[in-house]
Design a protein around this ligand. Structure first.
Ligand code: DGP
Length: 114
């Protein structure tokens, strides 16, 4: 049910521009970037939305953010700053139903978002 394009990327079945991977997390460049740096950080295990998170997923969510921190440094945007976003369901703007953390940077991000 929750096999999406991101699950296929995590399993190496579909190509992506990977920037980071470990046993729990994979990160790759967004196909439709909204900023000079736009990376998607996903758990290998498919969780459809933020609404589906369970207590047992707490460490996994922490790993998404630790990967974001490491990738931001690697991309050279850590000091200037960046934004992390998780969209949830239709009004949140979610289109791929495999939980993912957007890492956006390389330009002033502005607030509020559109
Ligand atoms: P969201 O709207 O939060 O569900 O974000 C989905 C993002 O995924 C969107 O910014 C475009 C990106 N995307 C969709 N399909 C692909 C794909 O096949 N490869 C990559 N690299 N990114 C994709």
């Amino acid at each position: 049910m929750s096999d999406t394009i991101f699950g296929k990327i995590a399993r190496g079945e579909v190509p992506a521009d990977l920037v980071y991977e470990d046993e729990a997390v994979v990160a790759f460049r967004d196909l439709n970037p909204q900023a000079p740096t736009h990376i998607l950080i996903i758990p290998r295990r498919p969780i459809p939305t933020l609404n589906d998170l369970e207590e047992e997923d707490a460490a996994l969510v922490g790993k998404l953010f630790l990967a974001a921190k490491q990738i931001a440094a690697q991309e050279g945007i850590a000091a200037a700053g960046y934004r992390t976003v998780i969209n949830c369901n239709a009004e949140g703007g979610q289109t791929v139903f495999h939980l993912h953390l957007h890492l956006l940077g390389g330009r002033p991000m502005g607030w509020p978002p559109g």
